[in-house]
Design a protein around this ligand. Structure first.
Ligand SMILES: [Zn+2]
Length: 75
């Protein structure tokens, strides 16, 4: 995320992207819980299963970043 912000800062001055604001969302992680036999949402990879409290979970996602909005102010 820092790298992305840095890249934007580097490219922005003097271009149409100057003054652009970027909003980045980190989606909640998902993991497969062996005890519940279903996908559960976790806040971090070290969390226990929110349903059963078990640690037999395998993270399946949440490492990607999603850019929600790129706001360009044209003025
Ligand atoms: Zn569980």
């Amino acid at each position: 995320m820092r790298a992305l912000r840095f890249a934007l800062d580097a490219v922005a001055p003097g271009t149409c992207l100057e003054g652009a604001a970027i909003e980045i969302d980190e989606p909640p992680g998902r993991a497969w819980c062996l005890r519940c036999a279903q996908t559960v949402e976790i806040a971090s990879r070290t969390d226990a299963c929110p349903r059963c409290g078990g640690h037999q979970i395998q993270p399946t996602g949440g490492t990607e970043l999603r850019v929600l909005e790129l706001l360009v102010h044209d003025d």
